[in-house]
Design a binder for this molecule. Structure first.
Ligand code: FES
Ligand code: FES
Length: 176
């Protein structure tokens, strides 16, 4: 069957098998390997992309179901040479270690801040609760989201400074 969708602002049309998952369409058909594939059982969340602005686990969506819709992947965050504040925040606040969970975390965070520019810590933790990070203990991820929230309102990543970075232990804290 043929499917047409918009991916990161560009219309793409491909012949696919009806059973093809969106995560494999993005990675294997389009070569957008920034979206990671972890568990394939809807548990880890590293495969999260935005579908019409909503974060979805792309291992649970058929590529055919995305037909006619707007898909945004982690490759679509950066604008020209300017990082999205979400990307910058994870860098500034050490929101990643191995980076495997990071694409999904970034896309979920971007969707959260688009709807709620000033989320509480509880709201951040709830937003990322469908995603697993085996490295960071989540504390630095929460700080990264808070950094991005402070810099998403009219500010660009290039305007940020390291003065915003909390300097306490990057690995402290535990999962709630
Ligand atoms: S690969 Fe989709 S939730 Fe783990
Ligand atoms: S940074 Fe390694 S799984 Fe999150």
């Amino acid at each position: 069957m043929q499917v047409t969708m918009t991916v990161n602002g560009e219309s793409v049309t491909r012949d696919i098998e009806p059973r093809l998952l969106l995560v494999h369409f993005l990675r294997d058909t389009l070569g957008l390997t920034g979206t990671h594939w972890g568990c394939d059982t809807s548990n880890c969340g590293t495969c999260v992309v935005q579908l019409d602005g909503e974060p979805v686990k792309s291992c649970t969506v058929l590529a055919a179901m995305a037909g006619g819709h707007d898909v945004r992947t982690v490759e679509g965050l950066e604008q020209g040479t300017t990082l999205d504040p979400v990307q910058q925040g994870f860098m500034e606040c050490h929101g990643l270690q191995c980076g495997f969970c990071t694409p999904g975390m970034l896309m979920t965070t971007r969707a959260l801040l688009d709807k709620n520019p000033d989320p509480s810590e509880d709201e951040i933790r709830e937003a990322i609760s469908g995603q697993i990070c085996r490295c960071t203990g989540y504390t630095t991820i929460v700080r990264s989201v808070q950094w991005a929230a402070r810099h998403s309102d009219g500010a660009t990543a290039e305007q940020s400074t390291t003065e915003d970075v909390p300097n306490d232990d990057a690995t402290a804290g535990a999962v709630r």
